[in-house]
Design a protein around this ligand. Structure first.
Ligand code: CTP
Length: 395
């Protein structure tokens, strides 16, 4: 999958830089064109001459090439690349990437790049464990960077623990796998619901919930990145539309239902990620409801349509239907009950009791249950990575 791909290999100042030579060789052997961009500290560990000779291209390190006065354009480089891999990625470079400190050619190139970015952290175990590093790693994951986690083992410091850069073969394998997954959903049409619904009471008030839409938007972004044609039916949320996604904004459950029922017959799959209000006020007042003198007030609510169940009824044998369950107790049993009731193929269970799952969080921890009896728990991850797991398992 790497044949003829344009890859930027970013090298920062860590002892693992000697392994970058092997990454470069493997990428070249796989048929990729590689441009090495190295930080000033990186050059202390490995010479640009070796890297130029193996890549067949002059190594880029400075904004200007001193003897020729040539300006190296980070923008052109960023646009040229199909993928960028920063290996090793030191704590300092990861921090600069996470905060946008563009003080060298590599970080400016990273900020200009529109392509997929991989980073393989390498540092001492205490630096890796430090809350600052962990925070930066989480930020980068949320920005869409794929981290190739360091392995456990002997570190250059003599200590033993997590921080050792992953082996070059594994780094290149992960990149290859990513390119392979890109076309995976080509030709597939996927409907995704996301966010809350708002059920209007009067011109200024509604009944709603805390759903941020992050999980559904992450799913839409990942499906689109894998080549699917995505229709994202979004309740009222503050989220940017992922690239290539067709977005239909709705407000109430009824509107979401009508759009989904109309769109579903043309789809290959639907992922029901929205937190749909189960009830709506029986009527919406045209005027602002005034405070009653008596103090108390009663609202009459009527049930909303169950969108997932409605799609479950019209689902054909070739279509997949995936739902979510957010439970506080009897999690497994409730989720399985929903799966059957709504005729779903899979249900993604997240527990509100888990501190890393739920509304507004950037992470999620899920277990996927299948109508075929399969059950797969996953560790807590960024919502982007959870989206990838859900797609791998269900589509
Ligand atoms: N769902 C839906 N339409 C509704 C309610 C829920 O499409 N009116 C979908 C959700 O998007 C989710 C799944 O059904 O994929 C389960 O949602 P949840 O709110 O957990 O289930 P409910 O059926 O509402 O059950 P309860 O509120 O009793 O837990």
């Amino acid at each position: 999958m790497l044949r003829d791909k344009h890859i930027i290999l970013g090298i920062t100042g860590g002892i693992a830089a000697y392994k970058s030579v092997q990454i470069l060789r493997l990428l070249r052997k796989a048929g990729a064109e590689v441009q090495v961009v190295i930080t000033p500290a990186g050059k202390e560990f490995i010479t640009p001459v070796t890297l130029s000779a193996l890549s067949g291209k002059p190594v880029v390190s400075e904004f200007f090439t001193a003897n020729t006065g040539q300006w190296n354009s980070h923008v052109d480089l960023g646009l040229w690349a199909d993928a960028m891999v920063i290996a090793p990625a030191t704590a300092s470079s990861l921090a600069k990437m996470a905060t946008g400190v563009a003080d060298n050619m590599l970080i400016t190139t990273y900020l200009s790049a529109k392509c997929k970015v991989f980073a393989a952290p390498a540092m001492d175990l205490d630096m890796y464990r430090h809350p600052t590093t962990q925070r930066n790693l989480l930020t980068l994951q949320q920005d869409g960077v794929t981290l190739i986690e360091p392995a456990d083992g002997y570190l250059a410091s003599g200590l033993v623990g997590k921080g050792r850069m992953e082996e070059p073969e594994e780094i290149v394998r992960r990149m290859d796998e990513w390119f392979e997954s890109r076309g995976e959903l080509k030709g597939k049409k996927i409907l995704i619901t996301a966010g809350p619904t708002h059920e209007k009471l009067d011109p200024v008030r509604f009944i709603g919930n805390y759903s941020s839409g992050k999980m559904g938007f992450a799913l839409a972004a990942e499906c689109a990145a894998r080549g699917a044609e995505v229709t994202l039916v979004a309740g009222p949320v503050q989220q940017n539309t992922p690239q290539g996604v067709r977005r239909v904004d709705v407000t109430s459950a009824r509107e979401m239902h009508d759009v989904c029922v109309a769109e579903f017959p043309a789809m290959d799959a639907a992922i029901m990620c929205a937190a749909v209000a189960d009830y709506a006020p029986e009527s919406c007042s045209e005027r602002k409801i005034k405070r009653e003198k008596t103090g108390e007030m009663t609202l009459r609510l009527i049930p909303n349509p169950d969108i997932a169940a409605a799609l479950g009824k019209i689902k054909t044998g070739n279509q997949r239907l995936i739902g979510f369950a957010l439970e506080t107790d009897n999690e497994q049993a409730n989720a399985l009950d929903k799966l059957r009731r709504k005729n779903l193929d899979f249900i993604v269970l997240n527990s509100l009791r888990d501190p890393q799952a739920g509304f507004g969080k950037d992470t999620n921890k899920v277990t996927i249950l299948g109508a075929d009896g399969r059950e797969q728990p996953f560790p807590a991850k960024s919502k982007t990575l959870v989206a990838a797991d859900i797609i791998d398992f269900t589509l």
